[in-house]
Design a protein around this ligand. Sequence first.
Ligand code: SF4
Length: 651
Amino acid sequence: MQHFPNLFSEGKIGNLVIRNRIVMPPMATNLANEDGSVSQRLIDYYVARARGGVGLIILENVQIDYPRGKNIVCQLRLDDDKYMTGFFELAEAVHNYGAKIFMQIHHAGRQTTPGITEGLQPVAPSPVPCSFLGTQPRELTINEIEELIQKFVNTAVRAKGAMFDGIELHGAHGYLIGQFMSPRTNRRVDKYGGSFERRMRFPLEIIRRIKEAVGEDYPISFRFSADEFVEDGNTLEEGKQIAKMLEDAGVHVLHVSSGIYESMPTLLETSRFEQGWRVYLAEEIKKVVSIPVITVGVIREPEFAEKVIAEGRADFVAIGRGLIADPEWAQKAKEGRHNEIRKCISCNIGCIGGRVFHNLRLRCTVNPVTGHEGVYSEIKQAPVKKKVVVVGGGPAGMQAAITAAKRGHQVILYEKREQLGGQLGIASAAPGKAKINWFRDWLEAELSRAGVEIRSGVAADAETIAALSPDYVILATGSEPVVPRIKGTESESTSVVQAWDVLAGKLSFEKDEEVVVVGGGLVGCETAHYLAEKGAKVTVVEMLPDVAIDMEPISRFDIMQQLTRLGITIRTSNMVTEITPEGVSVVGKEGKQDFIRGCRVVLAIGQSPVGKELNKALEDKGIPVRVIGDAGNVGKIIDAVSSGFQAAWQV
Ligand code: SF4
């Protein structure tokens, strides 16, 4: 039986046949070598996706102009022939698994920083600062623009020489080509600006000269933001005109995206965005052109992707972070095992926002193998089979149990609650975070597929565990909220609650009830958001000079907009000194005292590990123990999953 027949029908870009309609779009990884050459880890990462059945891989952004055009610390470069060999090896390795590969060629323009461009000031069509990065570019001269056009051409020629099946010009997301196309960032009055046609001169000239150099038929994809979602930026109406012009210029496929850095969540969504929310952009573009169109944006399920193709809303679907999370997304769908897909939860923590933007290599919250494909792609059987007891059914414990079982060990998992998931249940209750439940459900199903014996509703003590004579115990007992030593916290006359209890839905709040949230980290801000959505009047009090500093930048950007929209008051550099039935006393900068009204106070101060006594009791019995997740070091879901995987790998 053919599953998802439309998704798995052949597609065509120009004369190039693609085995299915699934595209891996370009996503920055920092997996290249420090000098911008192709690394083995990068090849391993892409090969895993090619082997996993994707039709077309569009390689992440490659520099044409080093270092001024660079926007991440380990970005690929092909500004010189000496880098071609690595790209050839990559293309060959991907081809060996039946996928096609395009190279996205790119210049960051103003969307970078001197820290990345090795001290050089970023350049742009006009000196319009980037408020997201806080950088001030300088205006390009006409000579420089013409040199850059030639550099795009040179890189395209090298891409063809390195056996890539096509190239993609990165005209989306507010990078240099997009900056020329947008009235927001192009204020020039010469031949490269001043009217729609003149703003399009830069991309059209690049296309014309590339076609001259590589031939009419060599496939060119053009990625652009059909709506920039910013004031003075291009809207869908301009997007349609752009599309028609690109088709006339001889582009073979349009890759329809949206947003620029200043509207960041519309180009790299946070978890509150619905599946496929921007397919409508591709659909509208498709109505005005006859070349194929690729759509992108939180497409997580093959059922959804199949419908997009079947309804003719787009010709190809780009599965971006979905493929970071599960390289076998396509293969599982094709084989009707789509329920086994490990879905991306749009957290951004392990990939672009939380790692790549911070000069770290790509990882993934839900997949501990991502970025380590060369080492961990195949789970090797343990040389000696052991009896492993895992205590705690949160993300760390569940991942540890799955990996240990897949390595051939006999695994028993204890969880004191009836339900597995640990803090995933609380985390998923914050507004827009329901996708976290996908991961909990996947872990639970995977436990069963791996053959783990689950004993839920049982609080395992040292005697219970010792009675099983385990060879190894993995303690994943998690953490609990901290109760600060603030006067009034323990008083029965005050109404002090923990953020976890709020998110767990244990308490009800009335409309317009005044609530003070103490602690402005991720948990405090998400709890404030949750309460304000329910109609409470919320003040967040934070000791540090800013809030949400433990969040990755895209989610932080997004939640700050939500807190502002909901009228939440934020008091930073304020320390709570006392909690009373009417509110909290604070001391601000320079010792200034104040009182904030609130009949309920929600604590979001942090967490501390649980399980030290059990650890000691097991060690006293001579049982080997490994402590993982929050029980060892309080962290995020990604830390829990990674520590669970590593612990089980080493048993
Ligand atoms: Fe998705 Fe988060 Fe993994 Fe990135 S880190 S691919 S957003 S689950």
